[in-house]
Ligand binder design. Structure first.
Ligand code: PMT
Length: 399
């Protein structure tokens, strides 16, 4: 299956510090996302981690020497540099940062960096006093001034035993920044309000009505939007997922709580996407104490929850409003009805009968409907990829 970074060529430069061992995990994250990863190691890095580890994980030869006769038959450092869509250095030592800032190219890594026109992402890692050294700080500012992306080191216990700033940033954080650098920034500055997950409608403190939404579809959209430069507010029902970094997250439980949170952020939003599965009904009475078992059946009276999306559609203004429809039958007919009745610009219908679509699965198969166009059936794909496919189509509505 295609993956989110499929076909993207990434150079992963590794310089010599104890954090070099973490480069293996970063390489794995990039490869798993589909990137074609080419590692370049300094001599010092090879004191901490063997090239074979990175070569095995990336299935590509690791570049270690400028003077390798075989690689240099086609001027290896130049072809590596030219093919790259992104160059990451993680970890970057004070020495490596200094060389790049001063324009020194005396080994494979610094030469590839000098020769590439791809964006450069540097993740420094070093002792706290080295990090705070004015020379290092000045080099960092110089690089930032040239458009190099720096992912700041974290504060914590360092390998040398000291406490302070200098630990390599979390691999997930480096991966997220890298992915964002590989995405088009076509949502830059767009304020997006997004809902995800289920709602819970409590009968008493121990019981609620809900649905199987895991939040995966909505969280994939949040991440894709964040990577593409949007300012995202994610209103989420209870799910087991971590909100993506950089996304403003508001946790809610019931449909009425979701409605209130949406209301607060609606005015500022340019785009609203409602991927949440909102309960249409709630128990008319919510008991303050646990209901005791009784002989015979129990009847619970339900009352309607507000239809949040329909309420937004009624006062849409110039906003773009996108809904989802979870359907079991007559999918297109029902979705079309919701598109019109809720005054939406787009609705994404998923068939929740399929085991590989809708609730909880990692994949989804949808049909996209917009007013005045033929329904577009998309093939089954990962929710990650689908999120980008949906954003590609919403982009046309924003302009
Ligand atoms: O979270 P996952 O496990 O990844 O599953 C994804 C999903 C199946 C939940 C998602 O893809 C999806 O289809 N979400 C919408 C589910 C739904 O509630 O559909 P609906 O047909 O009942 O509602 C239509 C639209 O109106 C939805 O955008 C919904 O958010 C909105 N709505 C519905 C009821 C209500 N009271 N208020 C609303 O705003």
């Amino acid at each position: 299956m295609h993956n989110i970074l499929s076909g993207r060529n990434v150079i992963l430069g590794v310089s010599g510090g104890i954090a070099a061992y973490k480069a293996a995990e970063l390489a794995r994250l990039l490869v798993r996302a589909g990137a074609d990863v080419h590692c370049v190691m300094t001599a010092a890095a090879r004191e901490f981690i063997g090239p074979l580890t990175l070569q095995t994980l990336t299935k590509n030869p690791v570049a270690i020497s400028l003077f390798n006769l075989w690689d240099e038959r086609e001027i290896g450092h130049i072809s590596l540099a030219e093919r790259a869509d992104l160059c990451i250095i993680a970890p970057a030592t004070a020495n490596c940062i200094g060389k790049i800032a001063l324009g020194i190219a005396d080994d494979m890594l610094s030469t590839v960096v000098m020769a590439t026109r791809a964006p450069l992402l540097i993740a420094p890692a070093m002792n706290v006093n080295m990090w705070n050294n004015p020379a290092v700080q000045e080099n960092i500012r110089t690089l930032q001034g040239r458009g190099v992306h720096i992912i700041d080191p974290e504060c914590g216990e360092l390998a040398c035993g000291a406490e302070g700033t200098g630990r390599l940033a979390d691999n997930e954080a480096i991966f997220e920044r890298a992915a964002a650098l590989l995405c088009p920034q076509d949502y830059s500055g767009v304020k997006v309000l997004l809902t995800a997950g289920p709602t819970r409608e409590f009968l008493d403190p121990a019981r609620f009505l809900s649905n199987p939404s895991s939040g995966k579809m909505g969280y994939c959209l949040a991440r894709a939007l964040q990577w593409r430069g949007a300012e995202v507010t994610l209103v989420s029902g209870p799910v087991a997922l971590q909100p993506p970094r950089g996304v403003a997250h508001i946790a809610v439980a019931s449909a009425r709580e979701m409605a209130a949170a949406v209301e607060q952020h609606y005015e500022q939003a340019r785009l609203i996407i409602k991927a949440a599965a909102v309960a249409d009904y709630r128990p008319r009475v919510q008991l303050p104490r646990k209901q005791k078992k009784q002989a015979g059946p129990l009847t619970v009276e339900l009352e309607r929850n507000p239809d949040i999306l329909a309420g937004l559609g009624a006062r849409k203004g110039s906003r773009v409003l996108v809904g989802f429809a979870a359907e079991t039958d007559d999918i297109i007919t029902h979705a079309k009805k919701k598109l019109t009745e809720k005054n939406l610009d787009m609705i994404i219908a998923n068939d929740i009968n399929r085991p590989d679509a809708g609730f909880e699965s990692d994949t989804n198969q949808v049909c996209i409907l917009t007013a005045g166009s033929e329904p577009e059936h998309l093939p089954c794909m990962s929710k990650d990829l689908l999120a980008h496919a949906i954003l590609d189509r919403i982009q046309k509505l924003l302009h």
